[in-house]
Structure formats: structure tokens, C-alpha cells
Design a protein around this ligand. Structure first.
Ligand SMILES: [Zn+2]
Length: 225
């Protein structure tokens, strides 16, 4: 399998946009590790022989991957990968990188009979309305603070804007111990719950918002081998 690489220019070009990495484990592991800094700081520093340059790169990372090299592990079709090759494949994604991915969702393959289903999905226009509403709530909430979205909340601002009641604290404490989450994941879950509450038009972070955010960390344990 030929490895994929990213150059610094591509990361900076994604500033205020989306960086989509298809088939994440096919990227060179060092290339993926380099992403950790920019994901945290929104900046990328390049050292050349005579100078060091720093470029902005506040991007949203979107990535996809298969459960194994052939893609069939856990599906109706037979996976022919060896345990060793699955392990090697999943090992490309380090725990610290996964820790920085706020929303992790497993998607099963679509069955042929469902390809043509009549179920009514929410339209892009409806979704856009909800997103804009949540964005406006955040813009107003953070007016004068120099930030405009939940993802930019610092630890002290998380404390101020992502308060939980005693049940919420118990839910989070429980998830923290069960999933063995890091302090970084803790803050990230709170920010995601704040966004889910905003999308719901709720001023408070309710239990259901928190539970949904915790559920998005499902791969944290599963894929770190
Ligand atoms: Zn397979």
C-alpha cells in the first residue's frame, strides 16, 4: 500500500475551512502525528535552513477510514485480513491523534434494498438553518471575548459557559472512568455538548446533550490497540 503524505501548504490552505483526509490510515504515520500541533494551536511552524515560518491553519479536520484494510471487518461480507494486518492498519491512528477528534461515528454499509428507500431525510436547507441558528447563538454569547464558536473555548471559558448540574457531572465522571478519557477529551466533550445544546436551542446543557457528546467518543477505546 502506497503511503499518502500531506504538505504544510495543504494544511495552511485549509485555514477556516475543512481538511478532509480520506482513508486516514493510508497516510504516513509521521504525517498524521504532525497534525497534532496544528489541531491544538491553529498554527503550523515550518523550519527551513535559514528561517522559521509560522502559518495560520484553523481548520476542521474531517477524516474517514475503514475498520480493516479490505473494509469488510464487522460487515456481512467476509473479511480476509489477518489480525496482524488489521493491527498494523489501526495502529496508524495514535491515541493522541484520536483524542483530538471530537466526533467519531461508525457507519455501517448501506444494504442494496435501502439504496432506494422512500424515507424522508432532512434537507440540506433545513440543516443549514439549524447550523446558522446555532452559529448566531454562539456569536452573540461570545461577543467581545475575541472568539466566535464553541470550539475556541479556553479552559476558563469552558468553566463559565459549559456548566453542568449534579446529574451532568455524574454522567461525565462515569464516562470518564469507563472510557479512560484524557483531560483533553473531557474539555472537548463539554464543548461538543455545548454545541448540541445550541443546535437544540437550549440555554442549559441537558443530560441528553451530554450523553450524545459522550457517545461520539466511541472509538477512543476500540481502535487504540
Ligand atoms: Zn478486512
Amino acid at each position: 500500500m502506497e503511503e499518502k503524505y500531506l504538505n504544510h501548504g495543504e494544511i495552511s490552505l485549509a485555514h477556516y475551512g475543512v481538511l478532509f483526509l480520506d482513508e486516514l490510515p493510508e497516510f504516513n504515520r509521521n504525517t498524521l502525528e504532525v497534525l497534532r500541533g496544528p489541531l491544538e494551536d491553529g498554527e503550523i511552524t515550518i523550519g527551513r535552513a535559514t528561517q522559521v515560518l509560522t502559518y495560520p491553519c484553523k481548520f476542521m479536520l474531517v477524516a474517514s477510514m475503514n475498520p480493516c484494510p479490505c473494509g469488510f471487518y464487522g460487515s456481512d461480507k467476509e473479511c480476509r485480513c489477518s489480525d496482524e494486518s488489521i493491527k498494523r492498519y489501526l495502529n496508524k491512528i495514535s491515541g493522541p491523534l484520536l483524542d483530538r477528534i471530537d466526533i467519531q461515528v461508525e457507519v455501517s454499509s448501506v444494504k442494496y434494498e435501502n439504496l432506494d428507500s422512500d424515507s424522508i431525510e432532512e434537507s440540506s436547507e433545513q440543516i443549514q438553518k439549524r447550523v446558522n441558528m446555532a452559529r448566531n447563538i454562539q456569536k452573540k454569547r461570545y461577543e467581545g471575548l475575541g472568539i466566535f464558536s464553541n470550539s475556541e473555548l479556553t479552559p476558563s471559558l469552558i468553566e463559565k459557559f459549559c456548566t453542568l448540574d449534579s446529574t451532568g457531572r455524574a454522567i461525565l465522571g462515569n464516562a470518564f472512568n469507563k472510557l479512560g478519557l484524557s483531560a483533553r477529551a473531557y474539555g472537548r466533550i463539554l464543548k461538543v455538548s455545548r454545541t448540541i445544546a445550541d443546535l437544540d436551542g437550549s440555554e442549559k446543557i441537558l443530560d441528553r446533550h451530554l450523553l450524545e457528546a459522550v457517545q461520539y467518543r466511541s472509538l477512543d477505546k476500540k481502535y487504540v490497540v
